[in-house]
Design a binder for this molecule. Structure first.
Ligand code: SF4
Length: 270
């Protein structure tokens, strides 16, 4: 592709993204363009403003894609149902910092204490143990999310097709909840573009458990600056499954594609 063709392809992909978000499939040209956009927002040496703006773009991008791919089956979720808010919530550090910023603006000491208590109650528990104890997210208030506008992608992307299945998981009598396929695929697509953007900027992209990381962000002044400088105030956080070699290769493919460089050898795209 020559320079003119590349420019035209980029304009078309930005236009398509604005109209309908990303496809609910692992479409590499679209993912390259989206990763490039996130990398531009982050910049080479991201500061707090850039980081939070890119995180909001990650969330907004997912919402846009989701609107273009509504569930083909009726969704059981309704305001006031909070069964899924008694679970392990996987988040990236920038999402934690976005929520912490929102809570700091509110200066709500009681909520900060609630986060600390939830963090202590869940410390050392794995997903199953956490579910068994039905630990509520400390950000729940009257069965509604109190930080709805800045809730993490894990929460934005979870939809249930069966209230009975959610109840069974909550009660510990079953393990699976049927979910709309496209929402799950779109989560995977948007997660990877964002993780690649963070990786390209030299930032951590592994997921951590929400309560523990949020407690650290709220109780350590300067956590954002320290994390951006490469220090790791979140080192003790309860981590999620680390990204394996295949995942890292996938992110490197996205980064190379976004930079229009030669792609590393990989099994997915040439
Ligand atoms: S952040 Fe909000 S939506 Fe997510 S688990 Fe907590 S209360 Fe529920």
């Amino acid at each position: 592709m020559n320079r003119e063709e590349r420019r035209s392809a980029e304009v078309n992909s930005v236009r398509a993204y604005r109209e309908r978000g990303l496809p609910a499939s692992f479409d590499f040209p679209e993912m390259f363009a989206h990763t490039r956009m996130l990398m531009r927002l982050l910049g080479r040496t991201p500061d707090k403003v850039r980081l939070l703006r890119a995180t909001q773009a990650y969330h907004a991008g997912f919402e846009r894609s989701l609107r273009a791919h509504p569930s083909q089956k009726p969704v059981a979720c309704q305001a006031g149902c909070s069964l899924c808010c008694h679970n392990w919530i996987s988040v990236t550090i920038p999402e934690v910092l976005l929520i912490a910023g929102e809570l700091q603006v509110r200066t709500d000491d009681a909520l900060a204490r609630k986060v600390a208590e939830a963090s202590n109650a869940g410390r050392g528990l794995d997903r199953d143990q956490r579910l068994e104890r039905r630990l509520a997210c400390p950000l729940l208030a009257d069965h509604l999310c109190s930080i709805y506008a800045v809730r993490p992608l894990a929460c934005r992307s979870f939809f249930s097709l069966s209230l009975a299945a959610c109840q069974a998981v909550f009660d510990g009598t079953d393990e699976d909840v049927p979910t709309p396929r496209d929402a799950m695929v779109l989560r995977g697509v948007h997660d990877r573009c964002f993780w690649a953007g963070l990786r390209a900027s030299g930032l951590g992209h592994e997921a951590v458990e929400l309560n523990h990381a949020l407690d650290i962000a709220l109780s350590h002044e300067g956590a954002v600056a320290a994390w951006l400088e490469g220090l790791d105030p979140f080192a003790s956080t309860t981590g999620d499954v680390p990204h394996d070699a295949e995942e890292l290769l996938f992110l490197d493919v996205l980064i190379a594609g976004a930079r229009e460089r030669k792609l590393p050898e990989n099994p997915w795209v040439t």
